[in-house]
Design a protein around this ligand. Structure first.
Ligand code: PHE
Length: 357
């Protein structure tokens, strides 16, 4: 019986997997197994012999059964370990490298501008890029004969022959969103409207499609001083500096009165653009107090409400902040340019987290 015991415990110890272990179990404990055969032999023994052999055989049976069970657990553990090792995954690895794709500087700057004005209580408003003549011009106090229409280099759509209504235009500025937002919300209102605009113009500093962000704040007593404060706060936050020089130049727009263009101090020394120093000035926006006729066109009572509006070139301020020399490169879709000037996809600009890291 000791031989049997040694033989099977050894076989169990070396069984390499579950099927080898099952073979050992059948050989020992199966119906035709050696232990079962011994059990059957008990019947042929004398009662005295059986008194000794019976318990010994039962003990052997128990021992082999528990050795089989223990080995089965050990094999299952080993198999699980093996699987875990093979399927191991480091969830702390960084996300895909930014090379996979980047946020375009225009999108980045739009997010930055939105974050800054949102902090001052401005909501985002939108309007269509294909705009009616009325929203783009008339409602903004630019009547049909007004020279501003010619100056704008407007793209017009075609009407069907015989249709004499004025054609639609590709909006030449984001100012029509002033009218649409006022119509939708009325006063008081505080909105910005970023988006694409179009003018038939193409050289080193002009592309036929570019981006503006419109600002509009109307309330009972909003003044030019509020405009100046807002813009100064904006420029400091945007350029992430404590001091920037702004220059307000008296100007003219049909939809604001008075009107001012705003320049920012910069230097081009050594071919690179620096903001906040030097003797050059770069125009970044047009602004002014919203003209009473514009409020009227949007069904807002100009004897009750007043406020400011501005329109800023997004591409312009993107070039200034990120040192991008050529406007046209924005729209060339050159992968090397996009990788160089693009932003990591997971970095959202926020005021608390930093606009541009
Ligand atoms: N719409 C003007 C432009 O495109 C900018 C502007 C907006 C000026 C709002 C005054 C007020 O040049």
């Amino acid at each position: 019986m000791n031989d049997l015991r040694d033989k099977y415990l050894a076989a169990i110890a070396v069984a390499a997997d579950e099927s080898a272990l099952e073979d050992v179990r059948l050989a020992a404990m199966g119906k035709q197994g050696e232990v079962a055969l011994r059990m059957r032999e008990l019947g042929k023994m004398s009662p005295e012999e059986r008194m000794v052999a019976g318990p010994a055989l039962n003990a052997l049976k128990d021992e082999i059964t528990s050795a089989l069970a223990a080995k089965k657990v050990a094999l299952a553990d080993a198999a699980l370990d093996e699987r875990l090792r093979g399927e191991w995954l480091d969830v702390t690895l960084p996300a895909r490298p930014r090379r996979q794709g980047t946020i375009h500087p225009i999108s980045q700057v739009t997010e930055e501008v939105t974050a800054i004005f949102a902090d001052m209580g401005f909501r985002v408003a939108e309007g269509p890029q294909i705009e009616s003549d009325w929203y783009n011009f008339d409602a903004l106090n630019i009547p049909g004969h007004h020279p501003a229409r010619a100056e704008m280099d407007t793209f017009y759509t075609h009407r069907a022959p015989g249709d004499n209504r004025p054609p639609h235009v590709l909006r030449t500025h984001t100012s029509p969103v002033q009218i649409r937002a006022l119509e939708a919300q009325g006063a008081p209102i505080r909105v910005i409207a970023p988006g694409r605009v179009y003018r038939a113009d193409y050289d080193q500093t002009h592309t036929p499609m570019f981006h503006q962000v419109e600002g509009l704040a109307i309330d009972r007593d909003i003044s030019m001083a509020n405009l100046k404060w807002c813009l100064e706060e904006f420029v400091k936050a945007y350029f992430e500096v404590d001091h920037v020089d702004l220059r307000f130049r008296a100007s003219h727009f049909p939809f604001t009165e008075p009107s001012a263009e705003v320049d920012i101090r910069c230097s081009w020394e050594g071919g690179t653009l620096k903001v906040g120093e030097g003797d050059d000035w770069l125009e970044i926006l047009g602004s002014g107090m919203v003209h009473p006729k514009v409020l009227e066109a949007a069904k807002v009572d100009p004897t009750q409400w007043q406020g400011f509006a501005f329109g800023m070139g997004i591409d312009r301020i993107a070039m200034l902040k990120y040192g991008i020399p050529d406007l046209r490169a924005f729209f060339d879709s050159d992968l090397r340019w996009l990788r160089h000037y693009g932003f990591a996809a997971l970095d959202q600009p926020t005021l608390h987290g930093g606009l541009s890291r």
